[in-house]
Design a protein around this ligand. Structure first.
Ligand SMILES: Nc1ncnc2c1ncn2[C@@H]1O[C@H](COP(=O)(O)OP(=O)(O)OP(=O)(O)O)[C@@H](O)[C@H]1O
Length: 349
C-alpha cells in the first residue's frame, strides 16, 4: 500500500476522547468505547547524550524504580497538569498510533476531545491543546474533568438540579457542584492517590526504618487501603518488603490495616476539607439539591475502603461511589463527544 494510497485514499479516522490523567491515560474512540487504558508513564533512554523513547504505558510502568542509569521512567503529568510537555506529547502520539494501529498513515487526523483539570491555568490548557495538536489532532476540544466525571457517572448535569462530584485521581481531587451544563462551584485539592502512596512510604520509614518504593506503596494502598480504623481496631495483616535504613539489607515487616488508616489519615483529611469548603461555598438552592442528590465519588481514590462512609459521617449527606470510578472521566469525555445533548460542555480554548 504505501504512499500512493495514503496520499489519495485517506479514510476518516474515528474521533477520540482522551482522559489524560496523572496516573492513567484512557482513550475512547467514537462508536467504540474505551479501547486503551495504560499508565501515564514514558521510559526515556539516553545513549551518547541522545534521548529516545524506550517504552510507553504498561511497558514503561513495569520499569519504574528498576531502570539502569541510562533509562529514566518519567510521569509527564504531575498534580494533574503537564510537567514535561515534550514527553507528554510523545506519550499522546504513541497512544494515538496504538489505537489507530497499522492504518495510521492512511487516516485523516481525528478530532480529539481531551479533559483538563478545572484548576488548570490558561497556559496549562494551551500546553495540553498543543500536545494533542502536535500529536496529530485536526481539531482539539477541551472538557473540564469534573464535568466529564459527572457525565460518566450518569449525573443530571444538563438539568437545573445541583449535584456534587468528587473525583479523586492520582494527582488531584476535584470537587465540583454542577447544574445546567456548567460548574457552579469547583475546587481542586492537590491531594490524590500519589499523596496516599507517599504517606504510606513515610509511615513505614518513620515507624519501621524501612524504605519502600512507589510501586510497593501503591500496591499496599490498593489491596489494603482503608479510610478509617477497622471495626476490630486491627483489620488484616499486611507484610511489606523493602530495604532496612539502618543496615541497608532487605527486610520484611508486618503491619495491619489500622496502621494503614493512620498513614492515610492526612491525605484523606485534605480531601474531606476540600468537600467541606465546596459545600460552604455552594449557593443555598444548589446545596438543598445536594441534600437530595448526595455526593458521587469517582476516580481511583474512590476505591479506598470506607471512604464513602467516612464522608457520609463527616458531611451528613448521602455519598455513593460511581459504578466504575476508574473509567468515569473517559466515559464522560467520550459521551460529551458523541452525544449532542452535551455539546455545550466542550470548549475550544
Ligand atoms: N483499588 C484502589 N484503591 C485505592 N486506590 C486506587 C485503586 N485503584 C486505583 N487507585 C489509585 O487511583 C489513582 C488513579 O486514579 P485515576 O486513574 O482516576 O487518576 P488520574 O485520572 O490518572 O489522575 P488525575 O485525575 O489526578 O489526573 C492512582 O493513585 C491509583 O493508585
Amino acid at each position: 500500500m504505501g504512499s500512493f494510497f495514503s496520499k489519495f485514499f485517506k479514510f476518516g479516522s474515528r474521533n477520540m476522547a482522551i482522559d489524560l490523567g496523572t496516573a492513567n491515560t484512557l482513550v475512547y474512540v467514537q462508536d467504540g468505547g474505551i479501547v486503551l487504558n495504560e499508565p501515564s508513564v514514558v521510559a526515556i533512554e539516553t545513549i551518547n547524550g541522545i534521548k529516545r523513547v524506550k517504552a510507553v504505558g504498561d511497558d514503561a510502568k513495569m520499569m519504574m524504580g528498576k531502570t539502569p542509569d541510562n533509562i529514566e521512567a518519567i510521569r509527564p503529568l504531575r498534580d494533574g497538569v503537564i510537567a514535561d510537555l515534550d514527553v507528554a506529547e510523545e506519550m499522546i502520539k504513541h497512544f494515538i498510533r496504538k489505537v489507530n494501529g497499522k492504518r495510521t498513515s492512511m487516516l485523516s487526523p481525528p478530532e480529539i476531545v481531551i479533559c483538563v483539570p478545572s484548576g488548570a491555568t490558561s497556559v496549562e490548557k494551551r500546553a495540553i491543546r498543543d500536545a494533542a495538536s502536535n500529536a496529530g489532532a485536526s481539531e482539539v476540544f477541551l472538557i473540564l474533568e469534573p464535568m466529564a466525571a459527572a457525565i460518566g457517572a450518569d449525573m443530571p448535569v444538563t438539568e437545573p438540579v445541583g449535584s456534587m462530584v468528587v473525583d479523586i485521581g492520582g494527582g488531584t481531587t476535584e470537587v465540583a457542584v454542577l447544574s445546567l451544563r456548567g460548574l457552579a462551584y469547583t475546587t481542586s485539592v492537590r491531594t490524590g492517590g500519589d499523596k496516599m502512596d507517599e504517606s504510606i512510604i513515610s509511615y513505614v520509614r518513620r515507624h519501621h526504618n524501612l524504605l519502600i518504593g512507589d510501586a510497593t506503596a501503591e500496591r499496599i494502598k490498593k489491596d489494603y487501603g482503608i479510610a478509617v480504623v477497622p471495626a476490630d481496631g486491627i483489620g488484616e495483616q499486611v507484610t511489606i518488603k523493602g530495604r532496612d535504613l539502618v543496615n541497608g539489607v532487605p527486610k520484611e515487616i508486618t503491619i495491619n490495616q489500622a496502621h494503614i488508616a493512620e498513614a492515610l489519615s492526612e491525605p484523606i483529611a485534605a480531601i474531606v476539607e476540600g468537600v467541606r469548603i465546596a459545600l460552604e461555598n455552594t449557593a443555598p438552592e444548589l446545596a438543598a439539591d445536594i441534600v437530595d442528590q448526595g455526593i458521587v465519588l469517582t476516580g481511583g481514590g474512590a476505591l479506598i475502603r470506607g471512604l464513602d462512609e467516612h464522608l457520609r459521617d463527616e458531611t451528613g449527606l448521602p455519598v455513593s461511589v460511581a459504578e466504575d470510578p476508574l473509567t468515569c472521566v473517559a466515559m464522560g469525555t467520550g459521551r460529551a463527544m458523541e452525544d449532542p445533548v452535551y455539546r455545550g460542555v466542550l470548549m475550544t480554548a
